[in-house]
Design a protein around this ligand. Structure first.
Ligand code: NAD
Ligand code: FES
Length: 272
């Protein structure tokens, strides 16, 4: 059993959980994820590891309530235990000194971006981080990102904090200003698609982290298949990070919407 040692509401529908998982905490690297189940009836929920504290044997995860299972996860209390947690899964981010790097995070995707920001800073890169959200109160992990960034640009859709607009606009300004050796973007699919477009215009390679539906997380079910460079890949074992320029974005976005009606029905039934 995996004990929850802290549960905090970060925004109206985003939550942070610290949980005991010593063996995973020792091995976890930036870019990797876990799959958890709350109880015997629980769906398997894939979540990127936001932080791993190997000495305390704990993992930090941050998630947004988007349906029945994440709503159930938001109800857990400090002291309760999760039935199972599998990980660390997926290929780690390639952390090395690239020179100057640009990290772009949108909404709850900032939680998945943060360990990469930290890792790249510790590897000696000059780190420019751009984080965006709809509004000031949804812009998470500002202090943590600032700590490991040489420059942090805050962006909100409504202009309530930082620059008003989309993260892609801030990206284009930086790319016009100075050469960037490597970029990453993590957030909603549409954001990552357009971040790829902007980076590609400036000939900057960009990695994105794909979060399709996953079941086993070990490359067996095929649920997480994505088309990369016209080849079928499994995000759980071949990813979740891929070069944005190679992703079939339209196919990916369509597959992400595939079970939307069933997800809405399940969430509505849970709320009754
Ligand atoms: P959001 O919808 O508030 O978007 C965050 C930011 O993305 C916006 O503020 C904006 O700057 C940028 N953005 C949005 N649409 C854009 C566009 N068309 N062009 C350029 N930039 C755009 O974010 P949210 O509500 O927190 O998003 C949740 C989504 O993120 C979910 O769909 C979830 O699946 C996804 N997510 C992805 C990952 C991942 O690993 N890729 C991790 C966590 C969450
Ligand atoms: Fe089953 Fe990736 S989740 S193959």
């Amino acid at each position: 059993m995996f004990k929850i040692t802290e549960r905090t509401a970060l925004t109206d529908n985003e939550y942070q959980i610290w949980l005991e998982a010593p063996r995973i905490a020792t091995k976890a690297q930036p870019g990797q994820f876990i799959i958890l189940r709350i109880d015997e009836q629980g769906e398997r929920i894939p979540l990127t590891i936001c932080e791993a504290d190997a000495s305390a044997g704990k993992l930090r995860i941050i998630f947004q309530v988007i349906g029945k299972s994440t709503a159930q996860l938001a109800q857990v209390k400090t002291g309760m235990s999760l039935l199972d947690v599998v990980g660390p899964l997926g290929k780690p981010t390639e952390i090395k000194n690239y020179g100057t790097v640009m990290l772009v995070g949108g909404g709850v995707g900032i939680a998945a971006l943060f360990p990469i920001v930290k890792g790249l800073k510790q590897a000696g890169n000059r780190v420019i981080t751009i984080i965006g959200a709809k509004s000031k109160n949804l812009l998470i992990l500002q202090e943590e990102c600032a700590k490991y960034s040489d420059e942090l640009i805050l962006v909100t859709d409504d202009g309530s904090l930082g620059r008003k607009g989309l993260v892609t606009e801030a990206m284009a300004d930086v790319l016009q200003r100075e050469p960037i050796n490597q970029a990453w973007a993590i957030g909603p699919s549409i954001m990552m698609k357009f971040c790829t477009k902007v980076a590609t215009q400036f000939n900057v390679p960009i990695y994105v982290s794909l979060n399709p539906i996953m079941v086993d997380g070990t490359g067996m079910c095929g649920g997480c298949r994505v088309t990369i460079g016209e080849k079928i890949k499994f995000a759980c074992v071949d990813g979740p990070e891929f070069l944005g320029a190679e992703v079939d974005w339209d196919g990916f976005i369509q597959r992400m919407r595939q079970y939307h009606p069933e997800e809405v029905t399940a969430y509505q039934a849970y709320q009754v």
